[in-house]
Design a protein around this ligand. Structure first.
Ligand code: FE2
Length: 446
């Protein structure tokens, strides 16, 4: 590992908060829709004061929660997820005998409801179940039915209610597909997927009948792992880049499509078009952009390019045609964006709108006519992922609200926007700044 770099993930908008606090009866500006009764939870790394931090991705997870009910903001609280490594600084993910402890993880990337559980997720290990009041219940392997790690980006099928996901491993099996029952009680299907090697696979996509895999050239590096401290992954030009299409009713049989080398942390959505092609959209990093981003957050020196340039990533689409075996690629916009979200009821189905985060702003894309609209919060504002919550009885795809934590240097707010026109419906004043983090969910009471 390089030791000369600045720990940029401990400063500015990413700087951790030192403790856990509670606040009640939060000040609301505007009018909170009474039907927004539930909890907004958002996860992200928050290194403990005094403990070493080698990479932004390895800090212990902290969930920031806001409770809304009947037009009021009842509370804010923030809690670390009490994983094995949080409780015991000496707990090790890789044991001396080379075996992995899938509970010795930071649980810092996402927090999602499924069935009767709320799961804090990180892609290298088991989920941790957390309570509605944010206490940690413990690691969850769904009654012993999960035997690999679980991605932080599972996809709930809007029709079956099942949770589709995968686990990747640095040891074989490198990739395993899983299907969790709609009630969250047990994994009902697990199938190994053949890939050339261990890569950092952060996300995937589903369609009505298919799963879409991203097998991209950010590979596990044993030497980096033995060095300890950071993320043991690096760019590898020789690995190639491919997207895979797998029928959901025939897992294991994957059709691969070569694509231009890139990295994708996050997909937007995917669907099948009338011609039987798979259309995927996501946020694409060119090799040099990945290098710059990776170094900025603690990654090792990277042969993919000169990391002096600033990081950037663009909304992109890939159309995979089984008839020709080829992938068509298109950049959809020149803005630098991340954290794409959509109406989860349209996961795997044709969608029209995507919501993304740009520097100091939210950007809404209309994929039907190619237009976009922007809501600026100011260059100094740290704008979080926008979670879409449909209005009761919504018919239009953007009929509902966007929830996002927008933080400044000393204070933060949960903003509630009308998703149709990005106008501000309400703001909830939070009692402290909230570090820029990863992903969150709206968890309705019903
Ligand atoms: Fe993510």
């Amino acid at each position: 590992m390089e030791t000369t770099q600045n720990a940029g993930w401990l400063e500015g908008a990413l700087a951790p908060v030192p403790d856990e606090i509670d606040a009640a009866d939060l000040e609301v500006t505007g009018a909170l829709p009474p039907e927004l009764t539930g909890r907004y939870f958002r996860n992200g790394p928050n290194p403990l004061p005094g403990r070493p931090s080698g990479h932004w991705f390895t800090g212990p997870g902290m969930i920031h929660g806001v409770r809304l009910r009947g037009g009021r903001a009842e509370w804010y609280r923030n809690r670390w997820v009490r994983t094995k490594t949080f409780l015991d600084e000496n707990a090790r993910f890789v044991g001396d005998d080379g075996t992995l402890d899938l509970t010795a993880v930071p649980a810092n990337t996402h927090v999602v409801p499924h069935g009767d559980k709320i799961l804090a997720l990180v892609e290298i290990g088991f989920p941790y179940e957390v309570a509605p009041e944010l206490g940690t219940a413990g690691p969850c392997d769904f009654g012993g039915t999960l035997t690999t790690a679980m991605t932080a980006h599972p996809k709930q099928d809007p029709v079956t209610g099942e949770l589709l996901f995968f686990g990747y491993g640095v040891l074989p099996p490198y990739l395993t597909y899983h299907r969790l029952s709609a009630d969250g009680a047990r994994v009902v299907e697990s199938r190994e997927i053949e890939v050339p090697g261990p890569t950092m696979m952060h996300d995937f996509a589903i369609t009505e009948n298919h799963v879409v895999w991203l097998d991209l050239p950010v590979v596990f590096d044993l030497d980096l792992a033995l060095g300890g401290g950071g993320m043991p992954f690096r760019w590898d030009d020789s690995y190639g880049a491919r997207l895979g299409v797998m029928r959901r009713d025939a897992p294991g049989d994957v059709r691969w499509f070569d694509v231009d080398p890139c990295y994708v942390f996050h997909v937007g959505n995917a669907h099948e078009d009338p011609a039987g092609r798979i259309v995927l959209d996501g946020v694409r990093y060119r090799p040099e952009d990945f290098a710059a981003t990776w170094r900025e957050i603690g990654g090792s020196a990277n042969p993919a390019g000169d990391a002096a340039r600033s990081e950037s990533a663009h909304l992109h689409s890939w159309t995979l045609d089984p008839a020709t075996g080829r992938a068509a690629e298109e950049r959809l916009d020149d803005r630098n964006v991340e954290f794409p979200t959509h109406d989860d009821a349209r996961t795997g189905r044709r969608h029209r709108f995507l919501y993304t985060v740009a520097r100091g702003a939210l950007v809404k894309y209309d994929l039907r006519d190619g237009s976009s609209s922007v809501l600026e919060f100011g260059q100094d504002a740290s704008v979080g992922e926008a979670v879409f919550v449909p209005a009761e009885g919504a018919r239009g795809e953007d009929e509902g609200w966007l929830l996002s934590i927008v933080s400044g240097a000393s204070s933060a707010e949960l903003v509630v926007l009308d998703a149709a026109d990005l106008s501000r419906t309400a703001s909830v004043r939070l009692p402290r700044r909230v570090p820029a983090g990863f992903h969150g969910s709206w968890i309705p009471d019903a």
